[in-house]
Design a protein around this ligand. Structure first.
Ligand code: TXA
Ligand code: MG
Length: 318
């Protein structure tokens, strides 16, 4: 168990001492350390059991910090930052020498974002350095959306957990960059493609499903609970798995709830924003329930539904 509370001073002190702190953001909780300190960054990888080829997002206090960490910014990406920061948007930008190579896994670009959580923003403004922070879960597992989730799995490795309540967005940030003069989305997330395209026009989806080290968050098997998860049509999936203890995750109004051992409706009004906020809690609770397997309903593939489907598919058995 880590010391947990809302004491920003305690969090700042621990970070200044090179220690790890659990941080609330609007997307998911992060496992934060001084991004400019190699040793502190190294301890993030160790705590998460994360491979070194998987680079980290650097969190900054506001857009004016950009020139310190990025050599150049494409005009379209700047427009996105101006529109959506603080918020669930991460930009891949050519790094300056201030950013240690361990942060970017040796890549030329650094992932930067301004998170929209009052406690973490206040903390970032107090600190003389930015914070490297991956999601605060063991590598490959479901991301945490409460301080309790962080404590459950990584509590013994953290000096402090800043408790900012349940995350309002609930899905990781959308990752965007420019390649061959085209705006590309590398990871679907809490900012929808539709919102991005409203600002910069058509974007390309570069969502790798291989083990491409340029975007390991896109590894095929990621965000996964330990129980087998199957995604599709609920009735079909129930037929496929007779005589099993089943956990069901649905979306939208339901006429009836089939007999099952665990049930979670992500949003009974069919609101994708609420579904996003609930998704990782639902997966964690289903994982902890007395079930053999979990089945989840596919959402309409638009807005945040797309990112939710992406996470469900990556978490599922193939
Ligand atoms: O919402 C979020 O993005 C959360 C909160 C804590 O900010 N963070 C998060 O970090 O989801 P993480 O480490 O779980 O996922 C970040 C992903 C990495 O898996 C990697 O694929 C990609 O971002 N990434 C980071 N730096 C990169 C880089 N330099 N080039 C390409 N991809 C990068
Ligand atoms: Mg993660």
């Amino acid at each position: 168990m880590a010391l947990t509370g809302t004491d920003i001073g305690a969090a700042a002190k621990a970070l200044e001492d090179g220690k790890l702190v659990g941080l609330p953001t609007e997307t998911v909780y992060g496992l934060g350390a001084n991004a400019l300190d190699d040793t502190a960054v190294l301890s993030i990888f160790t705590a998460k059991n994360r491979p070194f080829f998987d680079p980290l997002i650097v969190h900054i206090s506001d857009i004016s910090q950009l020139p310190n960490y990025s050599r150049h910014i494409d005009e379209r990406l700047f427009r996105l930052a101006s529109h959506f920061w603080p918020g669930p948007l991460t930009l891949l930008l050519p790094k300056t020498d201030l950013i240690p190579n361990i942060v970017t896994s040796g890549l030329e670009r650094v992932a930067l974002r301004v998170p929209a959580h009052p406690l973490t923003l206040q903390l970032l403004k107090m600190l003389p350095f930015p914070l490297a922070a991956p999601s605060a879960n063991p590598f490959g597992y479901v991301s945490p959306t409460t301080a309790q989730h962080v404590n459950d799995q990584l509590g013994d490795k953290l000096a402090y957990i800043l408790d900012g309540g349940a995350c309002g967005v609930g899905l990781e940030s959308t990752i965007v960059g420019v390649e061959d003069d085209t705006v590309c989305v590398y990871r679907l997330g809490g900012l929808s493609i539709e919102s991005i395209e409203a600002v910069v026009g058509k974007v390309e989806l570069a969502l790798n499903v291989s083990s491409d080290p340029r975007a390991p968050g896109q590894l095929k098997n990621h965000y996964a609970p330990r129980k087998p998860l199957f995604v599709g049509n609920i009735n079909q999936l129930l037929n496929d798995h007779p005589n099993k203890k089943i956990g069901i995750i649905t979306f939208g109004p339901q006429k009836t709830v089939p007999p099952c051992n665990f049930y979670f409706n992500l949003s009974d009004t069919g609101n994708t924003q609420i579904a996003a906020m609930n998704l990782f809690r639902a997966l964690r609770e289903a994982d902890a329930a007395d079930v053999d397997l979990v089945i989840a309903e596919v959402l309409p593939d638009e807005g945040l539904g797309r990112a939710i489907n992406d996470r469900l598919k990556r978490a599922s058995v193939r």
